[in-house]
Design a protein around this ligand. Sequence first.
Ligand code: ZN
Length: 292
Amino acid sequence: MAVYGGIDAGGTSFRCVAGTGPDAILAEVAFPTTTPGETLARAAAFFSDGPGAGATRIGIGCFGPVALSRADPAYGHILETPKPGWAGADVAGTLARATGKPVALDTDVNAAARGERRWGAGQGLDDVCYITVGTGIGAGIVTGGRTIQGVLHPEAGHIRVPRHPHDLDYPGCCPFHGDCVEGLASAAALFDRWKLPPDSLPDDHPAWDIEAHYLAHLAATLVLITATARVILGGGVMARAGLVEAVNIKTVSLLAGYGSSALRPQAPLVVAPGLRLRAGVLGALALAIETA
Ligand code: ZN
């Protein structure tokens, strides 16, 4: 049986695996994201003459913004990013040349959506959205079994939604939009607003009802635009007990019965990732497997 490779290429760390699925990982390594030269060389070494050398094709779930269209001369490159040294870095090309293997590229959240559909909370569904709530907020969208890329890729975390009635004063922290969902509900926004790391906010803090409000508006928007069967909510902030359930209740309430006849027997609509923290790297592996 062929072995495949997956790279969860994150802005903070890279994780590489070789294998055929969640229960058949043959080799794995993780290391911090430093300079593009050093980081991509470590990933390439894992797959060329390291423990992942048996992989025949490599899927990359990459932080962004990244050029995904093969018609784009910048295909495979990181675009404008505040991450020092990474603007213009040729992620896909460097890894393809250094390993001599075919590579498939998608965003980190699209890869996670793909992984959840193949092995996690979206199994059996052709239409799945995956939202990550961490330092930023991103959404991957699988529709009809394919991820949406568009001329760049979806950036649903930057949608604006109605303000929570008890959160009218905080201006938001998105450098582009101020009070988009990312600017109001990311870990960075929680820290900026409450002056405490999200982990340190108690369960009964008003922050969590506000958080659920914004994430439910984002989830409901994705349901209405993509007619998705399931919204999967991952990322560090979602580790808070009860938050996924609170978002589900608010999302269903916001939809107010709209489309409920099509709403799937497999309720709930909003769930935690079946692959937990491994959705990203396993999604990259799924990308390698599913890319012919
Ligand atoms: Zn924004």
